[in-house]
Ligand binder design. Structure first.
Ligand SMILES: *Cc1c(COP(=O)(O)O)cnc(C)c1O
Length: 365
């Protein structure tokens, strides 16, 4: 070989395509509704905390993110020793894959699951096994059927992105009970803060009562700190110990850590965002439905809108129509959802403009 060759599996990974950069007609205000970011920004106290860190940029961060682990512990009633913080949950997911997956292993994800999972799996030489979904929702039986002696890990976003659906906690427990004990179950709770259903729990109880389940969470969504890259996991002691051995010693920056502490303590800011999101999720689902478009029932801060395949009314054409008006939604061809668009719930102004836009699009000859 005359040049460096990537490890097996790397070049099988389809490059991740982020949401497109908006180009609207001149004079149009642009609303980015393509990356599930909050329209409210972070808590003002988080911004203050971030700025206060500017006085000491010469110092390395405290390497275990202790103040943040303690704040998360207080907020959720968790032992801080069993929390790991990372540069986004992306880093945490990759650390888990790096710790538990290698060539010959299999990891299961679902048909329209988050794309970071197959990337993390294949980057470690393991195979990505896809379990089908029912009505854009995780099917526990399909996951259990996909298990083989090579299965080492199951990835489950609950609720899932980009579908917006969830499974009740009873179903998560049935999944855990049906998986072999050596299989790690990763529950990604990125959107847990937006769910208001009695039968939902994000999984802390399972982590506390088993030694093969972890939950991951993020500051990128309701806390509005996506730019700072902060996520975390809660897991059994042995898993925390193993992952900490490969974690970079200063993987979370001090400004990010301090901003996250302030954000998690500002419960009023979170409640405001949750109330707005729930209200508009209902309005958008009803009103878009009245236009003759199907909306998958969502429990998150985004909705999945399905378009007809009739020429003139397709998702690709709707995307172009809305983009011209400065309304940028997310096309989902790489999620095997070519006939759908994902819309992040925005400000009242943005939401009403999308409704107007979709009404005009559907009314076109
Ligand atoms: C947005 C999102 C995350 C958060 O990723 P970060 O790296 O923490 O920004 C995790 N999982 C899913 C399913 C998401 O949609």
């Amino acid at each position: 070989m005359s040049r460096p060759v990537p490890k097996p599996g790397i070049l099988d990974i389809a490059p991740y395509t982020p949401g497109k950069s908006p180009v609207a007609e001149p004079g149009r205000k642009v609303f980015k509704l393509s990356a599930n970011e909050t329209p409210f920004g972070p808590s003002p106290r988080a911004i203050e905390a971030y700025k206060s860190a500017a006085d000491h940029l010469e110092d390395y961060p405290e390497g275990t993110s202790r103040v943040l682990r303690e704040a998360i512990g207080r907020s959720f009633g968790l032992d801080p020793d069993r929390i790991i913080c990372g540069a986004g949950s992306d880093e945490i997911l990759n650390l888990l894959a790096h710790t538990y997956l290698g060539p010959g292993d299999e990891a299961i994800s679902t048909a329209h699951g988050f794309l970071v999972y197959p990337i993390a799996t294949m980057a470690n030489g393991a195979s990505n096994v896809v379990a089908p979904e029912v009505d854009f929702t995780c099917d526990v039986d399909a996951i259990l059927k996909a298990v083989t002696p090579r299965t080492k890990l199951v990835w489950l976003a609950n609720p899932n992105n980009p579908t917006g659906t969830y499974i009740p906690f009873d179903e998560v427990k049935r999944l855990r009970a049906g998986l072999p004990p050596n299989v790690l179950l990763v529950l990604d709770a990125a959107y847990a803060d937006y769910v208001s259903r009695n039968d939902y729990e994000f999984g802390i109880e399972l982590v506390a009562t088993t030694d093969n389940t972890v939950v991951t969470h993020t500051f990128s969504k309701i806390h509005g700190l996506a730019a700072l890259r902060i996520g975390w996991m809660f897991g059994p002691a042995q898993i925390v110990d193993a992952v900490n051995r490969i974690r970079g010693p200063f993987n979370v920056s001090t400004p990010a850590m301090l901003a996250a502490v302030a954000a998690i303590e500002d419960t009023a800011h979170q409640q405001m965002s949750r109330t707005h999101t729930e209200k508009w999720r209902n309005v958008l689902t009803d009103e878009i439905g009245k236009l003759g478009l199907k909306v998958t029932p969502s429990v998150t801060n985004f909705v999945l809108i399905h378009f007809p395949t009739t020429p003139g009314k397709t998702a690709v054409e709707a995307d172009a129509f809305l983009t011209k008006r400065g309304l940028v939604l997310r096309a989902l061809a790489n999620y095997k959802l070519p006939h759908a668009l994902r819309m992040t719930i925005g400000t009242e102004e943005a939401n009403l403009l999308v409704l107007d836009g979709l009404r005009d699009f559907m009314a076109q000859p």
